[in-house]
Design a protein around this ligand. Structure first.
Ligand code: SF4
Length: 175
């Protein structure tokens, strides 16, 4: 019998409240063992402490980019991933964090101390403003049905599950 193919995924969070990560882990309550058979979690901080920053098929990235360090990390993710999916409004638009980009001179002066103190860049970026983004799952937090649809797209493209199947059908045995 041939070995089950897996989609190698990464899950990354930058500046945000991580609600899409919570939604993802909530989904794992019902699907973890079934999804483990078709997904290789190469990088996923909420699931494990030893993570790989290489050879990722699809990286799911939530959060806005607010520091030079995060910008460099995002570029690295782009380098090691075949596809990048922006997850949630923060990653797709930069907002709400990017509101500070629009502050007037007086307000910018008021927050200057905090930006320096916490090593924040002057500008907040959505992912697509810094790197090529292949797909977007909007929503605050992400729209679950769109996430499933996007995951299915790549599972089909990489030949992990057949075209008429969906990751939503892969549930743990107790369900
Ligand atoms: S998109 Fe909304 S829910 Fe998701 S991290 Fe940003 S603020 Fe939180």
């Amino acid at each position: 019998m041939s070995e089950q193919k897996k989609l190698k995924i990464g899950w990354f969070s930058f500046t945000c409240c991580e609600d899409s990560t919570i939604m993802f882990t909530e989904m794992l309550n019902d699907h973890f063992f079934a999804w483990k058979k078709i997904l290789d979690f190469r990088h996923c901080n909420v699931l494990k402490s030893k993570n790989e920053m290489s050879d990722i098929d699809v990286a799911f990235v939530e959060g806005a980019i607010c520091t030079d360090k995060d910008k460099a990390k995002l570029e690295k993710i782009r380098e090691v991933s075949k596809y990048i999916v922006a997850i949630g409004a923060c990653a797709v638009t930069g907002y709400p964090t990017a509101h500070r980009n629009n502050f007037n001179k007086e307000m910018k002066e008021e927050i200057a101390f905090y930006l320096k103190q916490f090593h924040q860049a002057d500008t907040v970026y959505a992912l697509h403003e810094l790197i090529k983004v292949d797909d977007k799952v909007p929503g605050c937090p992400m729209i679950e049905s769109m996430f499933v649809k996007t995951m299915d797209k790549y599972l089909h493209e990489f030949g992990v599950i057949p075209e008429d199947d969906s990751i939503a059908n892969h549930k743990d045995a107790r369900h």
